[in-house]
Design a protein around this ligand. Structure first.
Ligand code: MD6
Ligand code: FE
Length: 215
């Protein structure tokens, strides 16, 4: 059976996996079509690209952004920019379906009035991964991060405030949402290499949207 056939097999649930951090299983399932359509328009204007780390390594994950600022990395470092460095144009505006989903998920996790100004879009093809890192380029550390997973499943690693702290593993599927902030805001996290497969809706890839208040 194709992966993705189980999208609605697990009922939505909400589980805290660390202080201030919530796993909202299936939270976006009823909005994945609207979100995917909006996403197609965003990446038509700001196509996925493989950025380079400050150390010169090409990232296995392809990225794009929407919102008033977008996260980028190159030889000059990690930062947020108002313009897409590839086109020179402003990043595409945050689609309403994105903003609404992020606000609702944050509220469900106890963070009312979250207004995201940035959405980083990650595309993982089979084998792509994200090594352990902290999200610390945002100016506003009091706001949480909302992360929406679409397409192929993945194993998410969630550690502590030190890189060497033990990690827990969360299995993320199409429509799952993570929200974290407060005491967990700077915890190390990453994604294991995505296993090969074909998702019924999105094909041979995993997409992740992370919403932040960056500015
Ligand atoms: C991903 N996510 O799931 C990578 N960062 O593809 C992240 O790096 C991330 O999911 C901060 C908060 C939530 C996340
Ligand atoms: Fe991150």
């Amino acid at each position: 059976m194709q992966q993705g056939s189980f999208d609605f097999a697990t009922p939505p649930s909400q589980q805290s996996f660390a202080p201030g951090a919530w796993f909202l299983r299936g939270f976006a399932c009823d909005q994945t079509e609207a979100v995917s359509m909006a996403l197609a328009a965003v990446v038509a204007a700001a196509p996925f690209r493989h950025m380079h780390t400050p150390g010169g390594l090409r990232m296995s994950v392809a990225m794009s952004n929407c919102g008033t600022v977008g996260w980028v990395t190159d030889e000059r470092g990690y930062r947020y920019l108002r313009h897409d460095p590839v086109s020179g144009a402003a990043w595409p505006a945050m689609p309403f379906a994105f903003a609404q989903l992020a606000e609702r998920a944050a509220a469900a996790a106890g963070y009312p009035q979250f207004v995201a100004d940035a959405c980083l879009i990650n595309r993982y093809e089979p084998g792509a991964r994200m090594t352990l890192h902290q999200d610390r380029n945002e100016r506003d550390m009091t706001s949480p991060i909302v992360s929406v997973s679409l397409g192929l499943p993945a194993t998410f690693l969630f550690g502590g405030l030190a890189r060497t702290d033990p990690t827990q593993r969360l299995s993320l599927a199409h429509g799952d949402v993570l929200v974290w902030g407060g005491p967990s805001r700077l915890c190390f996290h990453g994604v294991l290499p995505v296993r090969d497969g074909t998702h019924a809706r999105l094909g041979r890839c995993r997409l992740n949207l992370t919403f932040r208040k960056a500015g």
